[in-house]
Design a protein around this ligand. Structure first.
Ligand code: GCO
Length: 441
C-alpha cells in the first residue's frame, strides 16, 4: 500500500441515463436512449430508463450513502437533453438546477464532483440531424459545454468530456447493439473521428476560457487477443485493436490514425484536424473491465468479437475475469502513450446478487474482483504508471444499457420495485480498504 499516497483520489461513478429516471420531468427532452428503448427486442425485458434508480428525486439519500462509504469524489454525468432540450439553443434552468442541487449536496459532504459532459444520452433531436455522423456536432458540443461549465462555475473543477467513444462508435454505429443502433463501417469511422474532434476542440475551448479547470476524457481500454493464428485472425486482431483502442489514442498522442484505417480516415478528415485532436489533456480517464477475443470473418471489417476460450472464468456479463489484463493495458499507456496522468474512471463487475436471509448481500465474487483488480492497479503504479485516482463502477445497480436491469454492477443494491438501497458486502469492503489506506499514510 506504500505506492498510494494520501492524495490518491478514491471515488465512485454513475451516469445520467443509467440512474436518474424522471425522464419526462424538469423540461428534459428525449435522448437517443429513450428512443432506442422503444424498439422491441433491443433491450432485455424491454426495460428503459424512465425511472431507473429515481436518483433525480433520491439524490440526497444517495450522497449520504457515498459519504458513509468514505469516498472523496463522485463521477456523475450531465444529461444534455436536460440542459438544452433542443440540442442547440436555449438552455433549461430547471435541468441545470437539478445538477447544482446535487453538486451542492456533494460539496456539503466533502465529496468532490467530477462531471462527465457526455455519457451517451444525445438529445434525440440531434440524432435527427445526423448525430455523431454530422461534423456540426463539434460546434453543438462546444455550445453545450459552454452552458454546463458556466453554470457549474465555482463549484466543479473536474470535467470529463466524453465517456468511452469507442463504445459509441462500435456498438452505436457498427454492431447496432447500442443507441442509435446504426450498422455501418462508414458511420463508425465518422463517429470515431467526430468524437476525437469533439474531445480536442472542447478541451481547447474550456482551457482557453477557464485555464484552471482539470479537463480530460474517458476511454475504455481492452487488450485484444486473437483466438486463432491464421493471417485473417491476426489482421482481425489489429482491426479490433484499432477500432476499440488505437483509433482514439494514436491521433491524440501520436497525431496519426493507425495504418490499418489511415486511408479511410483521410477521406473523412479536413486539413488541420489532427492539430485539433492532439491536445495535451490534463488527464486520461481509463476504464477497464476485461480483455477481448477476436477472429477473422467475412463481415465489412473482416473481424468479429468472440467468446473467451473455454474454461475462462467470467463475470455475469460473460466477460473474462483477468486481473493481469488490467495491468497489461495500464502499462501499455505508459509505454505507448507517453505515460499520461491517469484516473481510473471506471472498473468493476456484474454478478448475480441476492438478498440473503439476514437481509444483506454477500457478493463475495465482486469483493474478490475489486481486491485482485486493485492489486493490479498498485502493481502498475509500482511499475511507474502515473495513476492518481480510482472510481469504482458502479455506485448503484442501474440500467445496464442493452441488458436493462438484468445486470448488477453496484456497490449498493437497488430494489427496482421499491427503490430501496442496500449496501452490499463490496461496499463495506471498499469502505474498509479506503480507510486502511488512508490510515497507513
Ligand atoms: C461504460 C459504461 C457504463 C457501463 C459499464 C458496465 O462507460 O462502460 O459507460 O455505463 O454500465 O461499463 O458495462
Amino acid at each position: 500500500m506504500k505506492t498510494i499516497d494520501k492524495n490518491f483520489l478514491w471515488g465512485v461513478a454513475t451516469s445520467s441515463y443509467q440512474i436518474e429516471g424522471a425522464a419526462k420531468e424538469g423540461g428534459r427532452s428525449e435522448s437517443i436512449w429513450d428512443n432506442f428503448c422503444k424498439i422491441p427486442g433491443k433491450i432485455a425485458n424491454n426495460d428503459n430508463g424512465d425511472i431507473a434508480c429515481d436518483h433525480y428525486h433520491k439524490y440526497k439519500d444517495d450522497v449520504s450513502l457515498m459519504k458513509n462509504l468514505g469516498v472523496k469524489a463522485y463521477r456523475f454525468s450531465v444529461s444534455w437533453p436536460r440542459i438544452i432540450p433542443e440540442g442547440v439553443g436555449e438552455s433549461n434552468q430547471e435541468g441545470i438546477q437539478f445538477y447544482i442541487d446535487l453538486i451542492d449536496e456533494l460539496l456539503k459532504n466533502d465529496i468532490e464532483p467530477w462531471a462527465t459532459l457526455y455519457h451517451w444520452d444525445l438529445p434525440h433531436v440531434l440524432q435527427e440531424k445526423g448525430g455523431w455522423q454530422n461534423r456540426d456536432i463539434v460546434k453543438w458540443f462546444e455550445a453545450y459545454a459552454d452552458v454546463v461549465v458556466n453554470a457549474f462555475k465555482g463549484r466543479v473543477k473536474n470535467f470529463i468530456i466524453l465517456n468511452e467513444p469507442s463504445v459509441v462508435a462500435y456498438q452505436g454505429h457498427f454492431d447496432g447493439t447500442h443507441a442509435p443502433g446504426i450498422m455501418s463501417k462508414d458511420a463508425t469511422l465518422k463517429a470515431t473521428h467526430h468524437q476525437n474532434l469533439v474531445i480536442g476542440n472542447t478541451f481547447s475551448f474550456i482551457k482557453e476560457h477557464w485555464p484552471d479547470l482539470n479537463v480530460g476524457s474517458s476511454y475504455t481500454l481492452f487488450p485484444v487477443y486473437s483466438i486463432g493464428k491464421t493471417e485473417e485472425d491476426i489482421r482481425a486482431r489489429e482491426t479490433i485493436d484499432a477500432l476499440w483502442n488505437k483509433n482514439f489514442f494514436d491521433p491524440l498522442f501520436l497525431k496519426k490514425y493507425p495504418d490499418i484505417f489511415e486511408r479511410e480516415f483521410e477521406e473523412i478528415m479536413q486539413d488541420g484536424d489532427l492539430d485539433i485532436i492532439a491536445q495535451p489533456l490534463d488527464f486520461i480517464g481509463v476504464q477497464h473491465y476485461a480483455p477481448m477475443y477476436v477472429k477473422g470473418c467475412d463481415n465489412e471489417i473482416e473481424a468479429t468479437l468472440v467468446a473467451p476460450p473455454e474454461n475462462s472464468p467470467v463475470t455475469d456479463m460473460g466477460w473474462p475475469y483477468s486481473p493481469e489484463a488490467f495491468h497489461e493495458c495500464l502499462v501499455g499507456m505508459k509505454e505507448n502513450y507517453k505515460n499520461p496522468k491517469i484516473y481510473i474512471t471506471e472498473n468493476g463487475a456484474a454478478y448475480k446478487d441476492k438478498i440473503s436471509e439476514d437481509g444483506l448481500i454477500h457478493d463475495a465474487d465482486r469483493v474478490r474482483y475489486y481486491k485482485e483488480y486493485l492489486s493490479q492497479v498498485m502493481r502498475a503504479m509500482k511499475d511507474g504508471v502515473n495513476i492518481r485516482g480510482y472510481f469504482a463502477w458502479s455506485f448503484l445497480d442501474n440500467f445496464e444499457w442493452a441488458w436493462g436491469y438484468d445486470k448488477r454492477f453496484g456497490l449498493v443494491y437497488v430494489d427496482f420495485e421499491t427503490q430501496e438501497r442496500v449496501p452490499k458486502d463490496a461496499y463495506y469492503w471498499y469502505k474498509d480498504f479506503i480507510t486502511k489506506i488512508n490510515e497507513t499514510n
